[in-house]
Design a protein around this ligand. Structure first.
Ligand SMILES: [Zn+2]
Length: 98
């Protein structure tokens, strides 16, 4: 009886461990690492704009995301700005004069 209970607890513990292990791997830790990697890779990318076309922020210090459009590479401070640009690129390009 007692040993059965212990093995059940062990099994439950293992399941929990596996489940939470998976969660951590796909969660915040990995996302942060991925963002860091992305940021590092943007450092070597030549951007055709020096300011975020959507919010106007300078991209000298930090590039959050990039988009390829009309043979150019545009940098953005964040994925949100990139998505706004992607939804209507010609509008933002016309406004910026790029
Ligand atoms: Zn922005």
């Amino acid at each position: 009886m007692v040993s059965k209970r212990i093995s059940f607890l062990l099994a439950a513990g293992c399941a929990l461990f596996l489940a939470s292990g998976c969660g951590v791997r796909n969660g915040a830790t990995d996302k942060a690492r991925e963002q860091q990697r992305a940021r590092a890779s943007f450092a070597n990318v030549h951007l055709d704009n020096s300011n975020d076309l959507v919010c106007g922020m300078s991209l000298a210090a930090e590039v959050g995301d990039t988009a390829h459009y009309a043979g150019k590479v545009f940098g953005f401070c964040s994925q949100g700005c990139k998505e706004k640009f992607a939804a209507n690129p010609s509008q933002y390009l016309a406004a910026s004069g790029e």
